[in-house]
Design a binder for this molecule. Structure first.
Ligand SMILES: [Zn+2]
Length: 324
């Protein structure tokens, strides 16, 4: 299941060929994805100019020149690919030439930029809809979504506020889309590791009015931003289905500190990484450097652990992660 960095990577790939382009032709090869396409989907898009391609949580938002927004969701296995006439450059780059449509190609957009954008989705959990821009935030898709993790709202105090009074484990709160939208299993594990917070810490402890709780919430907000931004810079994580619109795989799976690394050494303290099951999903964590909550800070590393000096600063960890 793609998380926010994978969707943002797809957006960055589509943006040069979609923004400013007129939709000349739309072909639907079936009546529905997860849900039916809205009535007159093809007619309502034909001739419209795409003013901007944005994103909210895991939704791609193509703003159209008639005040509507084309909403697109990748679901579990959706992907876009771009084709263009042989040798034709769009915004300075070339794309593979048009080819025969493949199995699971469900929607084809032909654009005035010369690009053909094809949506492929084997499992069909993806979704497309057209919603008025004025009612977008209240649409059934976006209503109730939590804060944007890379938006201005994300901060230590905001996290403290969201978690206040909650006894559920931190991991469960981080992947609750009603609180923060776009973080799933992978980036929740990576962010908790970076912030040195235990996955089973009652989330409410970060909402306490103590300097340590505030520091913990601040560290978590920073960790979330860092891990998401680094993942976007690496083109996302390709575990099963994720591909960029260019067809390339993401690279961030090579930089995981803990996710899917059970039994391997923690990159920070060399303790063996463990896995636990929370709400039916695997959580990967370091039992040594993530064992303390903010009310029990790590004042010194446990004896016997060999902590490389370079890994004690966050920048050191970051550079290690980018060059595993
Ligand atoms: Zn560790």
């Amino acid at each position: 299941m793609p998380e926010l960095p994978e969707v943002e990577t797809v957006r960055l790939g589509l943006k040069p060929v979609m923004e400013g382009a007129v939709i000349e032709r739309v072909s639907l090869r079936r009546p529905d994805l997860r849900s039916p396409f809205p009535p007159r989907f093809v007619q309502r898009l034909k001739g419209r100019r795409i003013v901007a391609l944005g994103r909210r949580a895991k939704y791609l938002l193509a703003d159209l020149d008639d005040g509507n927004v084309l909403l697109m969701h990748l679901g579990m296995s959706g992907s876009f690919r771009i084709e263009a006439e042989d040798g034709r450059k769009i915004a300075g780059r070339t794309y593979p030439p048009p080819s025969a449509l493949r199995a699971h190609d469900h929607v084809v957009f032909d654009l005035s930029s010369g690009a053909r954008v094809i949506f492929n989705d084997p499992r069909r959990f993806g979704m497309m809809d057209i919603v008025p821009r004025s009612g977008l935030e209240d649409s059934r898709h976006l209503k109730g979504l939590g804060i944007e993790p890379l938006g201005n709202e994300m901060s230590g105090p905001k996290l403290a506020d969201l978690f206040k009074g909650r006894s559920a484990p931190l991991k469960a709160m981080l992947i609750d889309q009603r609180l923060i939208a776009g973080i799933g299993n992978i980036y929740a594990c990576e962010a908790m590791w970076r912030a040195k917070l235990a996955p089973d810490l009652p989330a409410g402890r970060l909402g306490a009015a103590t300097p340590r709780a505030r520091a913990g919430a601040e560290a978590l907000a920073t960790a979330i931003r860092e891990v998401l931004n680094e993942a976007i810079a690496a083109g996302g994580s390709s575990l099963r289905d994720h591909r960029r619109a260019s067809g390339e795989l993401g690279e961030f799976q090579h930089s995981f500190a803990v996710y899917d690394r059970e039994g391997e050494p923690c990159p920070r303290c060399a303790t063996v990484i463990r896995r636990m099951v929370q709400s039916g999903r695997s959580t990967f964590y370091c039992p040594a450097c993530q064992r303390r909550g903010p009310d029990r800070p790590m004042t010194q590393w446990p004896s016997g652990l060999n902590v490389p000096a370079a890994s004690q600063s966050s920048s050191g960890v970051g550079s290690r992660l980018m060059n595993p």
